[in-house]
Design a protein around this ligand. Structure first.
Ligand SMILES: Nc1ncnc2c1ncn2[C@@H]1O[C@H](COP(=O)(O)OP(=O)(O)O)[C@@H](O)[C@H]1O
Ligand SMILES: [Mg+2]
Length: 263
């Protein structure tokens, strides 16, 4: 069974896209066949790892959501800046697609799931980069996913703001997708010397229950990697943040029962 991992938090700027890209990069580099689905109208993941501009791609996730299943092969673009990683691009049209789903689809939150079903066994893992909202696009991601990671901005006193809404939303989606499992919170921009990070860590543990045992530090390399259209490993494999993402990939692979092939 292909594992489908949603990276979700309806707060913007917490590190969803950074997590999606660097996990995908590590999985791909270590021999897995990976698909990234960009569900964010801002299409940051697509701009980072895609070789085309989203406007040049005939079928992005926006078209795919409302389309017949025959469109699926056109949506999967195999050529990206990351080894072993294919991409279903996101685009600005996702905003409109979300409105259309609400009006027209028989099961508005289950369109993505039905579109990804034929890919079961084709990819080892599918990562879904969610938009910064709790509306239908995120519902579609959660209804399609087997697992979800919640990146939390550890360096901000407001890092946990809204997380209880997300957890309630996940519980609601579990009625249509009982297999959905919260792998844990991922503490982003973490610095254990700072009081605020300790505070967020404690409240994430209380509210979300599980915290992934890897903490991602703040690093200017994150923006540099985006500019260079590469992963953190590709930019500077010896940087601390690159090491942490390698460990995260290893940990998540173990949790998802995925076998990484090289170190
Ligand atoms: N660990 C980090 N250190 C420094 N900058 C980061 C880190 N994680 C994310 N960023 C930066 O913060 C911004 C938001 O991150 P992003 O991953 O796009 O969040 P989201 O997808 O949740 O909106 C981006 O400019 C990104 O480069
Ligand atoms: Mg993003």
């Amino acid at each position: 069974m292909t594992r489908i991992l949603a990276i979700a938090n309806h707060k913007g700027g917490v590190g969803k896209t950074t997590t999606t890209i660097n996990l995908a990069a590590e999985f791909g580099r270590q021999g897995l066949s990976v698909l990234v689905v960009d569900l964010d109208p801002q299409a940051n993941a697509s701009l980072h790892i895609g070789k085309k501009h989203p406007s040049e791609v005939p079928v992005t996730s926006a078209e795919l959501l409302g389309a017949e299943i025959e469109k699926l092969p056109l949506a999967i673009q195999e050529d990206t800046h990351l080894e072993g990683v294919s991409l279903i691009y996101g685009s600005l049209a996702l905003g409109r697609a979300e409105d259309d789903l609400k009006d027209a689809a028989p099961r508005p939150s289950e369109e993505l799931r039905s579109k990804l079903e034929p890919l079961d066994g084709v990819f080892d893992v599918i990562l879904i980069d969610c938009p910064p909202s709790l509306k239908l696009l995120t519902s579609n991601a959660l209804a399609a996913a087997t697992d979800v990671i919640i990146p939390v901005e550890s360096g901000s006193q407001y890092g946990m703001y809204g997380v209880s809404d997300l957890l309630r939303h996940i519980e609601k989606i579990k009625r249509v997708n009982p297999r959905l499992k919260v792998l844990g919170a991922l503490l982003m921009r973490h610095d254990e010397r700072q009081m605020v990070c300790k505070f967020i860590e404690t409240s994430a543990r209380e509210q979300i229950g599980n915290i992934l045992p890897i903490r991602i530090p703040t690093s200017t390399k994150v923006n540099q990697a985006a500019i260079a259209q590469t992963s953190l490993h590709g930019l500077d494999r010896s940087a601390k943040i690159s090491r942490e993402f390698r460990e995260l990939a290893q940990h998540v692979a173990t949790m998802l029962d995925l076998k990484l092939k090289k170190g």
